[in-house]
Design a binder for this molecule. Sequence first.
Ligand code: ADP
Length: 456
Amino acid sequence: MSFFLLSLLLMLVFLYLLQKSYNEKTVEEKLKLVQNQCSILSNQILVNQFTIESTQDNLNVEIDQLANVWEGRILVIDSKYKIVKDTYTIDQDNYILYDEAILVMRGEKDRNIRMVDDYAEIVQPIINADKMISGVMIATVSMKDLEETNSFIAGQAQVMLVLFSILALIAAFIICRVSVKDTKRLNRSITEMGEGTLGKLEMKARFNENRQLIESFNVLLEQMRVLEDSRQEFVSNVSHELKTPITSMKVLADSLLMQEDVPAEMYREFMSDMVEEIDRENKIINDLLTLVKMDKKAAQMNVQPVNINALLELLLKRIKPLAAKRNIEVVFESFREVVGEVDEVKLSLALSNLIENAVKYNNDGGNVHVSLNADHKFFYIKVQDNGVGIPEECQSQVFERFYRVDKARSRETGGTGLGLAITRNAILVHKGAIKLYSQVGEGTTFTVRIPLKYVN
Ligand code: ADP
């Protein structure tokens, strides 16, 4: 409808302007012609020195004929304001009192053209060879003939308008049908997809815009698919991880049950193993809960100005006894005092995971080097160790949930495979970044960058 109405409006304006300019052009042409003929007559009148009636020559007849052709009237006035020729004869030999004629005669106006109803009136001076005004000619010309052509053209324009309206209506209808068809098909495909599994939208659209829409939709579907895959993988990983300690506990319990007269020491040993498994289960559940909380992002951020130097010193103090057991030296290097707007609990968790890993995956007698620096926008923490290192092919995966390079070692040290995932999430909710550099046998360095001012 909009397309149709708009094209109709445009066509109307176009035809109106066309007709108007055509009218103006024809009027202009006719007036030019009349003026030319008046100039020719003026020359002849000058030659005859304004004696038109008395000579009864061709000139008189010519003027009458011309007035006839124009369906109008011609008046010739001499320099004494006397009407020497009136094709209507009523004002013949009278003196002219018409203002416009007097103004032109005095040279106060070059020429006067006036439109009255269907007539045009031209008042034009008769100029002699010395460029002096020796009289005035008034020609009244009928414009009715132009009106006839104009109304004929208006009729034609109306026919064109009707034809164009029909064409516009058909075009509007076709465009509407085609575009709606695309949209309907798209809608149908999306509905079908909603009922089934997430696939890919295989639909050929006619319009570029719809094609782009389908492309964007497919990108979205792909993202959803990846999300769904990772969700499923996560669920199966969780089940597996939670099952392992339970299976171990069951094996331990069963073996105790199957034997009769089990010695007290054995009970004690098996029980302490079971307690270990329960602790492990507990740790996995706690880590999972932490991760889930972290995923809820900024909503639960408790941001406060925190002295990062003091925070790191505290974390290192906690880890030092563990490190000392394995003769690992832990060093803290601070380049300046740093106060950052952070969630202390979340950041502590992130950093303690990094520091614990640096000790856990280190060799006995190794080193852990933690440094803190800042510029005007960010603070930077580096956790460096000279431990076992991470193979290059595993480096991109270590931040994934439950990923462990060496499963046995991780289990041995009580790892759940969730530590780095928690760390990365905690840093991301601070709008920070974490990077990893590592070489097998040489050691690992994690660098963390966090904005000093928290932006939501
Ligand atoms: P985990 O609970 O097993 O320590 P993380 O998510 O903390 O889980 O780490 C994932 C894996 O990345 C670890 O199992 C380990 O293989 C590797 N890793 C993490 N930190 C280090 C490090 N500093 N040096 C060597 N390997 C590391």
